[in-house]
Design a protein around this ligand. Structure first.
Ligand SMILES: [Zn+2]
Length: 89
């Protein structure tokens, strides 16, 4: 894991919806910075909920990969059960 990855703030468990949405914004800024790219994503980070507040899916998955060292971080949320995390693989 490189110096950039060591600074990434992971979340063991999203305590509420806002924490999850904030984490997605954070992931987007990591990608926008150029240090990471999306390995896979179920939808855009700002499209996990529609204008009516309905989730895109029961399980929403985003993963990013470090361009420098290849470290992968996975953000997954089970919107049906209401839990999720952002962690290294
Ligand atoms: Zn790295």
């Amino acid at each position: 894991m490189c110096e950039i990855c060591k600074e990434v703030m992971t979340v063991d468990a999203f305590s509420n919806t806002k924490v999850y949405l904030d984490c997605l914004k954070y992931i987007q800024t990591l990608v926008d910075s150029g240090d990471y790219r999306f390995e896979s994503k179920d939808c855009d980070t700002d499209k996990v909920r529609d204008e009516n507040g309905c989730w895109a899916d029961d399980i929403i998955f985003h993963s990013i990969k470090c361009e420098k060292c290849g470290q992968i971080f996975i953000c997954s949320a089970n919107t049906y059960r209401g839990n999720g995390s952002f962690r290294t693989v």
